[in-house]
Write a protein that binds this ligand. Structure first.
Ligand SMILES: Nc1ncnc2c1ncn2[C@@H]1O[C@H](COP(=O)(O)OP(=O)(O)O)[C@@H](O)[C@H]1O
Ligand SMILES: [Mg+2]
Length: 605
């Protein structure tokens, strides 16, 4: 199952049956309202015909003073003369009420459906594993999220409704045409049919342009996000112009796309008017002949021409509805492509719940690759006993972070196995597995909310006492005392109001309160200056107590304190042992690293 989302059209865009089946469960809870909405569209569509129809008796009977015979009934002129003005007002009221109810229902159901789609989509997004986020740009994902569900759900009701309304509008008006003169009707409808053919031809082009617009939109969103996430870098390297230009270029692309569509579509409307005018001219010619020869009354003719003119709009709308329906399905296709993504990392059937670590963690002949045929870890074997602290060292890009990322199953291995207490981690319940691991990274993410809320994410039901303990242990107490709102201080979307060291200590407190038996520290102090590093290190020392620890660090003392050191080079475990053992290997990798990296620290420490 491929994770990569296409920039434009999904593979399912044209499997209409499949898409209808997929959207059905979202429509079902609102079925009553949807059906009512669609039923209301019928009288709304027919109303135009009634107006056109009423012109005949009005002109022929009221103006000419005759009584009106319809379907065997006779209506007197004076009754008609009073009734018609009243009928017009009553009509407007009925029409207004119908329209209001109809629009209300459309918006209500459209938004409800769109909301439930979004909620489900967001669930899907949070359920996907890191790989999805490695390979898809935020722009594409956000577009799928914000635009498509709206288009899909709102259009689907609207399109259906318009379809019914226009169809019945057409039926009503054509009925009036036929009632007045079937010969004229034939001419009128024939010409109309010719006039709308270009609409059907242009649809492909519209689709192509709308796809291209979508890609450009995604790119723009990505540029926006970069401005947020990479703001400091942008300023540091004076990249404002570069970003501005990138954005401007996308705006131009969007403009060109829109204009190219207008150029191709814009001529259609005038052409249609032109063809229609020919139709009306023909109708006039022939109609005059019919009236003069007494085959048709003036009222019938007025009613006929009015119907024909009114017919133009629903016919045009019907053409547009078909195009809309197309884009609805395209949007639905994109939405359900996301829905259909299956997380690569998921629980096995009969997965075992992990309660704690009892004896050991084993990597057995692990092979791993992020991308097909690019091996990262090669036949990697390592056994770590409970309570042991193991340091991972090696050249940058060697695979240290990758190794520890495999423990919480951020990624699954290609072959070999990783076992906790002899059980393959793929047989463990993922949530319970991750409950047993605390992770502190180099750059820790704080969620928008207070310091307290961020710490509680480690253990939502922690008591205030527990919180104050971890705050002390994480050496946060002095800092928090200086804050006006203390632990309730809001740390913002990216926690940027805190210094690197402070943010790191909040993250450590979060990890501490979780109290997981396995602790992973991936360069947790690397981004800090000496002073904050010292205090963060103290906090980390507290976090590491009595835990099974994997530590990736540049700091000598951390490595010295480790029980064993594993040297990872190019994805292979090349040396394993205590500091002294490894130092004794002549020409050893560790000795070399030590001389290059750690020895200087020893002098300054
Ligand atoms: N998410 C990823 N997708 C693809 N390749 C990755 C990803 N993360 C790391 N790599 C690659 O895997 C290799 C090991 O990276 P990493 O484990 O981060 O090394 P280290 O932590 O030892 O510096 C590198 O070649 C890196 O480019
Ligand atoms: Mg790393």
């Amino acid at each position: 199952m491929e994770y990569k989302l296409k920039d434009t059209i999904s593979k399912d865009a044209f499997r209409y049956g499949y898409l209808v089946k997929k959207i059905a469960p979202f429509l079902k809870p609102h079925l009553g309202r949807i059906v009512l909405n669609l039923i209301l569209a019928i009288p709304l569509g027919l109303l135009d015909g009634v107006v056109a129809f009423a012109l005949k008796p009005y002109m022929d009977c009221v103006i000419n003073g005759k009584s009106w015979v319809i379907f065997g009934f006779t209506i007197e002129q004076n009754v008609l003369a009073t009734a018609i003005p009243f009928a017009i007002v009553t009509f407007a009221i009925v029409q207004g009420l119908l329209k209001y109810t109809n629009n209300y229902l459309t918006d209500w159901t459209g938004n409800k459906i769109s909301n439930s789609l979004k909620i489900e989509l967001f669930r899907k997004l949070t359920s996907l594993d890191p790989k999805f986020y490695d390979i898809n740009s935020s722009g594409i994902v956000l577009t799928r999220f914000f635009t498509d569900p709206e288009t899909a759900s709102k259009n689907i009701i609207n399109t259906l409704k318009t379809f019914i309304m226009t169809s019945f509008g057409i039926v009503g008006l054509v009925g009036v045409l036929l009632y007045n003169s079937w010969k004229l009707a034939l001419i009128g409808v024939g010409i109309m049919a010719i006039a709308i053919t270009p609409v059907t031809l242009i649809r492909k082009k519209i689709k192509k342009v709308s796809n291209a617009t979508m890609v450009v939109g995604g790119d723009m969103t990505t540029t926006f996000n970069e401005t947020f996430a990479g703001n400091k870098i942008m300023n540091a390297y004076n990249l404002q112009e570069l970003q501005n230009n990138k954005f401007e270029q996308k705006i131009h692309e969007q403009f060109n796309l829109t204009i190219s569509l207008t150029k191709r579509v814009g001529w259609m409307s005038p052409i249609m008017y032109f063809i229609c005018s020919i139709g009306i001219a023909l109708v006039m010619f022939y109609g005059n002949h019919l009236i003069i020869s007494g085959q048709m009354t003036a009222g019938s003719f007025a009613s006929f021409v009015t119907s024909l003119l009114l017919l133009y709009k629903p016919v045009k709308d019907l053409g547009r509805t078909l195009t809309d329906l197309q884009s609805t399905f395209v949007a639905l296709g994109r939405v359900f492509e996301l829905f259909d993504l299956i997380p690569h990392i998921k629980n096995k059937e009969n997965a075992v719940k992990m309660t704690k670590l009892n004896s050991s963690i084993e990597f057995e002949h692990v092979n791993f690759e992020y991308e097909k045929d690019t091996p990262i870890l090669k036949d990697f074997s390592l056994s770590v006993k409970k309570g042991e602290t193991i340091a991972l060292v090696g050249n940058s890009g060697g695979g240290k972070s990758t190794t520890v990322n495999l423990l919480p199953r951020f990624y699954d291995i290609k072959d070999g196995s990783i076992k906790f207490d002899g059980i393959d981690i793929r047989d463990l319940e993922i949530v319970s597995l991750r409950d047993n691991i605390s992770f502190v990274f180099q750059d820790n993410f704080l969620f928008s909310g207070s310091i307290k809320e961020n710490i509680l994410m480690g253990k939502p039901d922690a008591t205030d006492d527990e919180i104050s303990i971890v705050i002390k242990m994480a050496h946060l107490d002095e800092f928090i005392d200086t804050l006006e709102n203390g632990i309730d201080t809001y740390v913002g979307e990216r926690g940027t109001s805190l210094s690197g060291g402070q943010r790191q200590r909040v993250a450590i407190a979060r990890a501490m309160i979780k109290n997981a038996p396995i602790v992973i520290l991936d360069e947790a102090t690397s981004a800090l200056d000496n002073e904050s590093e010292a205090i963060v290190q103290k906090a980390l020392d507290n976090l590491m107590q009595n835990k099974t620890v994997f530590v990736i660090a540049h700091r000598l003392s951390t490595i010295n304190n480790a029980d064993r050191i594993a040297v990872i080079n190019e994805g292979e475990l090349v040396e394993l042992g205590t500091h002294d053992e490894l130092m004794n290997i002549p020409d050893g990798n560790y000795k070399h690293l030590y001389d290059m990296q750690f020895k200087n620290q020893e002098i300054t420490v």
